[in-house]
Each structure stands twice: as structure tokens, then as C-alpha cells.
Design a protein. Structure first.
Length: 261
């Protein structure tokens, strides 16, 4: 369970998402570490360090390690976009990870495929009680009321992008150092990882670092495409009009729920 005190590291996958957070943190001050800019400030009254993850597992692991060691963060929230893999996962939906796997980890025959050598597991799981709280907070933040003409997200015009109201899913997210954009690759992932909902390039690495340090973490992914050759929405427009707004709304909701727990 996220504690009600202590510094929180918020990792954004996209520069636009990071900027949406910084716009809500007027007291944010930059700190340079490991070739990265970490922004220390406050959001919803909480002590926050916000940073861009950079692309790929190693980059995300380095970013997370600095947050936990040099920035003294005691909990991690990671938000970004991902490709949808689950049959019911649509563009504009959100996936809250209750398990993460590195889909390109294969040390066989020394270890079973996907197993993390030295850990003896292939999937890493955030605390179940934390995940349940997160799902509830995210559903409230992205509820039909929140997106109505009287809600805080009233300026998110989903219809102009051909999108429906977002659904919040809970399940497995796969991470790997490759951009998955072919239907055949999606089919392979679904075959080897039954029940996988989304694919991206950083979440499982963040999870492994947090696991090693014994720090609670949350991984949230807004679905920006179907990770195949099917028609997609205008990605830059989607990021600005939807993903950035969702990222800030979700993070603020988690901080509010955390403070009120």
C-alpha cells in the first residue's frame, strides 16, 4: 500500500506527459543526475519528483534507480502509452498492471523462457491491495461524469478522435526492447502470454528495480494503438488531447486517494 507520507517518484514515458505534470507543479525545480533532469516539487500537496523515463528497459531502470537512491523516493508511479493486445482493450482505454513480464527475456535453456535469472519468477506483481485501490481511483478519475460537460475533463473531446469513453482494465503488461507494430508479433505475444493486455518498452524494468528495492509501484498505460497494422488515431493529437490529460488526472487521483487513506 502506498504510504501517506514520503517522497513519490512520478515517471512519464512521453515528454508531453511530463510537461502536463510540470504545468501543475509551479514550484518544480530541476536537478541533474545521470544525464537526466529530475523535477522536484509538489503536486496535490505531496512531495514529488517527476522525470522522463527515456525509451527502453535499461534507460527506465536507470531512471528508477536514481529516483530510489539519489532522490530518496519511497514509491513510484509510472504513466505512459502502450499498444493494446487484449481483445477488449480499445484505443483510449487504460490498463493498470497487476503483473508485468519482460517478453524478450529468454535465458533458456539455463532458465525457463521469461524467467528473471536470480529471482526465480517471470512475472512481477505490485501489491494486490495497492492495485485494487489504484483501479478504483483511476476509474473515478476517468468516469463518464469526469468527462461530461460538467466534469474536470470536459475539454477532452473523445468524439472528435472517434473514441469512446475509456474503460479501465487490470491485468498483464508485457515490456521489451522492441517497438511492436506487426500483427504477427502481436499474435506471438498473445500465444505465449495468454491474457496479456498491453505491450510497451519500460514498465517491467521499472517493476524489477522497485522489486529489488522493496518499494511499492504503480504502472498505468493509456492505449494509443493496437500494436499492429490496423488504422490508428492521429498519435501526436491523441497524446496532446487525451493521453496527457489522462496522465495528469490519474496521477492527481492517486495522490488524492493516497492522502485521504
Amino acid at each position: 500500500m502506498l504510504s501517506t507520507s514520503g517522497r513519490i517518484g512520478v515517471i512519464a514515458a512521453l515528454p508531453e506527459e511530463l510537461q502536463s505534470l510540470l504545468d501543475a507543479m509551479p514550484d518544480a525545480e530541476p536537478v541533474q543526475r545521470a544525464g537526466r533532469t529530475f523535477w522536484r516539487g509538489h503536486l496535490q500537496g505531496r512531495d514529488i519528483v517527476a522525470v522522463l523515463s527515456r525509451i527502453g528497459k535499461v534507460a527506465a531502470a536507470t531512471t528508477t534507480t536514481v529516483l530510489l537512491t539519489e532522490m530518496a523516493c519511497q514509491q513510484i508511479i509510472f504513466t505512459g502509452v502502450a499498444g493494446g493486445l487484449g481483445a477488449d482493450v480499445r484505443v483510449g482505454d487504460v490498463v493498470v498492471a497487476d503483473a508485468l513480464v519482460q517478453h524478450d527475456m529468454d535465458a533458456s535453456p539455463l532458465f525457463p523462457r521469461y524467467e528473471l535469472p536470480g529471482l526465480g519468477v517471470s512475472r512481477l506483481h505490485p501489491p494486490a491491495d495497492l492495485t485494487a485501490r489504484v483501479v478504483g481511483a483511476v476509474r473515478e478519475a476517468l468516469s463518464p461524469h469526469a468527462l461530461s460537460v460538467n466534469g474536470p475533463l470536459r475539454d477532452v473531446h473523445l468524439a472528435t478522435l472517434g473514441l469512446s469513453l475509456p474503460r479501465v482494465h487490470q491485468g498483464l503488461i508485457a515490456s521489451g526492447d522492441q517497438f511492436v507494430s506487426a500483427a504477427a508479433d502481436c499474435d506471438t505475444l498473445r500465444h505465449h502470454l495468454p491474457g496479456v493486455l498491453a505491450v510497451e518498452m519500460e514498465g517491467a524494468a521499472v517493476a524489477q528495480v522497485c522489486h529489488d528495492f522493496g518499494v511499492p509501484y504503480v504502472v498505468l498505460r493509456t492505449i494509443s494503438d493496437r500494436a499492429d497494422e490496423s488504422a490508428h488515431v492521429d498519435f501526436p493529437r491523441f497524446v496532446q488531447a487525451v493521453a496527457c490529460r489522462y496522465a495528469l488526472a490519474m496521477v492527481e487521483a492517486l495522490l488524492q486517494a493516497d492522502r485521504g487513506s
